[in-house]
Design a protein. Structure first.
Length: 273
């Protein structure tokens, strides 16, 4: 796994860049926990003869699967509150969705997929992705609601846990904050706060198995509260989730490499001529 060197301007919008090159003949263990982020994913499949480019919207529940036939995947994860200005659609229109970029950007989305497929090296793929994203920032009008949502994200990922307290600190009503947050981030602020707790617990569990202490430090009422959230958001108990770690190669969200994708999505591909 490698990270791309982002330009200063692009680092304003993109939180993380990852590349995945699975071992030939082996499936990629795909895992995406709820995180309130939108991700742009490019995949080379069929040994690089075919590819697809799509947007993975914010998920409200964890997603696990094995992806086969993937030669390389490149993922650009947007910071919360930036996907709407860059993609041109409200973030909540993408929630729990996997959408071809062509459906969002039109012809330029399919053209970019072909450009990426024709790239000769990984640095060239990353450069073309960076240029395409950077170009989308110039003509974009950014509503005040997006800026408000990003300020709320920083508070919720910091020390605030109550939506009402965040709204008060930002000088708006809780209703106004919920509307702006949902449109710009893709989920409501209360749901986002739950996801922040979950992510904290997962990080802490990497170095500790004291679930009572993890629950308290992550912001849960008690261990039972933590277990209940794991069951609802991840579909597993904390212990069962950790047992998957030994088989986990990568975390990213995508549709299937095979035709058809997962229910409710489609995964059209670009192909080199």
């Amino acid at each position: 796994m490698a990270s791309a060197a982002l330009t200063f301007s692009l680092s304003r919008f993109v939180e993380d860049v990852r590349t995945i090159e699975p071992v030939a003949g082996r499936a990629c263990h795909v895992e995406q926990l709820p995180d309130g982020r939108t991700t742009l994913v490019f995949r080379m499949i069929e040994g690089g003869r075919r590819g697809d480019l799509f947007v993975v919207g914010p998920r409200t529940r964890a997603h696990f699967k094995d992806a086969t036939g993937v030669a390389r995947a490149v993922m650009l994860q947007f910071k919360p509150g930036w996907s709407a200005p860059l993609l041109g659609v409200a973030a909540n229109a993408l929630t729990d969705q996997i959408v071809p970029l062509e459906d969002v950007w039109g012809r330029s989305g399919s053209d970019l997929c072909l450009e990426l497929l024709a790239a000769r090296s990984l640095p060239e793929v990353l450069d073309r992705l960076s240029r395409a994203i950077a170009l989308r920032t110039h003509p974009t009008f950014e509503p005040a609601s997006a800026r408000l949502a990003r300020r709320a994200v920083r508070l919720l990922e910091g020390d605030e846990v109550r939506v009402e307290s965040v709204a008060e600190r930002l000088g708006v009503t809780a209703r106004h904050l919920r509307r702006a947050f949902t449109e710009s981030v893709g989920i409501g602020p209360k749901e986002f706060a739950r996801i922040v707790r979950l992510q904290r617990a997962v990080r802490m569990a990497a170095t500790s198995k004291d679930w009572a202490r993890i629950a308290a430090d992550a912001g849960y009422y008690d261990q039972a509260h933590l277990i209940a959230d794991f069951r609802e958001l991840v579909g597993l108990t904390p212990g069962a989730f950790l047992k998957r770690a030994g088989d986990r190669d990568v975390r990213f969200g995508s549709g299937d490499a095979e035709a058809g994708g997962e229910p409710g999505t489609r995964s059209p591909a670009c192909r080199r001529s």
